[in-house]
Design a binder for this molecule. Structure first.
Ligand SMILES: Cc1cc2nc3c(=O)[nH]c(=O)nc-3n(C[C@H](O)[C@H](O)[C@H](O)COP(=O)(O)OP(=O)(O)OC[C@H]3O[C@@H](n4cnc5c(N)ncnc54)[C@H](O)[C@@H]3O)c2cc1C
Length: 377
């Protein structure tokens, strides 16, 4: 067993750290308060090569291994989970194309995102969250096209993307057996962006409703066969979950460092609060949670990179790391006392950002079902 990273992985981590320190961290609170990403940031992060990390080399991307991506996402999550989520949504939309796209589809999709444009993955609907089989958006055949009708909600990058992977049902009442994935360009007639959500956390990221009103999508934009959408969505989420874990570790690490620094500076009863054993216990627990979460994330990535089964470990990494982030950020607020609760300081943002990690890309209840299913059946 080797706990060392390769020189390339260390260089990527350092590069992400440097870019984040210069371009993201100084603006994180401002973006959170405004509820939007800084207008020029996507371009800067794209120029730094930090956006399309999963794009294969044959399509002019870096084709990075999962572990390298996790190291980068941890740094991005540490700087601002809203920005990390924006970038991660591009990866989420890329996986279905990597998994099932044909040559033409890959060429088109990666050309769009390699030109600095954003992508979005649209599965969730008002009536279909954890239960993807309840997707009510329909895709009815019309010659060599499909007509897509329905509404998607809570879509990250929904209002900012130029290309979307949208899941719709090609067989009425067939549930998950009818789910089918399509690549949809933003300028397709009938496609529009609905309301933008005002969120508790990850406020730099954009979350929107998508409205599909007779959106005419060519058959050539269908990813895989009709009915393969559920498999594509699940495989995509398997690949993406360790990365939600990595962002969670980054949030937790940032909150931890804030709390440790503060505990050494804040004096009460004539001593730094770090000298009180009840504060020390919180710090020790936070450190243990972060370290175990990080190891689960790295191991899930390692399994994926080795071509071994990793679905159970991916769910464990996402679930454990996001629970850890919630616990660590809550303790960080506690250590900062009243200042932890005030928006001028970063601790409360970490706590708000951590919460979504337990909800999106499959809630942590669903992760526990995935883990138990893998163990039992
Ligand atoms: C900020 C944000 C960004 C998002 N980005 C995207 C995106 O880019 N693309 C996309 O497609 N979706 C996205 N989502 C949607 C997200 O993945 C869903 O919100 C999530 O899967 C949960 O679905 P739901 O909200 O409908 O909750 P529900 O499924 O209604 O769940 C409600 C509660 O019931 C529990 N529950 C449900 N079923 C079970 C069960 N069988 N056993 C035990 N407990 C259960 C859940 O764990 C949860 O606690 C985003 C959501 C948010 C808030």
């Amino acid at each position: 067993m080797d706990f060392n990273f390769t020189p390339d992985q260390l260089a990527l981590k350092k590069m992400a750290q440097d870019v984040a320190a210069k371009e993201i961290t100084p603006y994180a609170l401002e973006m959170d308060h405004k509820g939007e990403i800084k207008p020029d940031l996507i371009k800067k992060l794209d120029e730094a090569g930090l956006i399309n990390l999963v794009v294969p080399e044959e399509y002019d991307g870096p084709g990075l291994d999962a572990l390298s991506i996790a190291l980068i996402y941890e740094e991005l999550g540490k700087a601002c989970a809203g920005v990390a989520t924006t970038i991660a949504a591009n990866a989420l939309a890329s996986y279905p194309v990597i998994l099932m796209g044909n040559e033409e589809q890959k060429k088109h999709f990666f050309e769009v995102i390699n030109s600095g444009k954003l992508a979005a993955f649209a599965l969730t609907e008002p009536g279909a969250g954890s239960d993807a089989g309840a997707v009510a958006t329909t895709a009815n055949k019309d010659g060599d096209h499909y007509l897509l009708n329905g509404t998607k909600c809570f879509i990250t990058n929904g209002g900012m993307a130029d290309i979307y992977v949208i899941f719709a049902n090609t067989r009425k009442s067939a549930g998950i057996r009818g789910l089918t994935a399509f690549m949809v360009d933003r300028n397709t007639p009938g496609f529009s962006v609905g309301k933008e959500e005002d969120k508790m956390g990850i406020r730099a990221s954009n979350t929107c409703e998508l409205i599909l009103d007779n959106v005419r999508v060519p058959e050539t934009n269908r990813l895989g066969r009709e009915g393969e959408g559920f498999k594509i969505a699940m495989k995509t989420l398997d690949a993406a979950r360790p990365l939600v874990g990595a962002v969670s570790v980054g949030i937790a690490q940032a909150a931890f460092e804030t709390a440790v620094k503060y505990s050494k500076e804040r004096v009460q009863f004539g001593k730094p609060i770090a000298s009180f054993q009840l504060v020390q216990a919180m710090i020790a627990d936070m450190a243990m949670s972060i370290e175990s979460a990080r190891l689960l994330v790295y191991r899930a990535c390692w399994l994926k990179d080795a071509g071994l089964p990793f679905a159970k470990e991916a769910a464990m990494a996402k679930c454990y790391a996001s629970d850890a982030a919630m616990q660590v950020t809550t303790n960080a607020v506690q250590i900062l006392g009243g200042y932890g609760y005030i928006k001028e300081y970063p601790a409360e943002k970490y706590m708000r950002d951590a919460k979504i990690m337990q909800i999106y890309e499959g809630t942590n209840q669903i992760q526990r079902l995935v883990i138990a299913n893998q163990i039992l059946y």
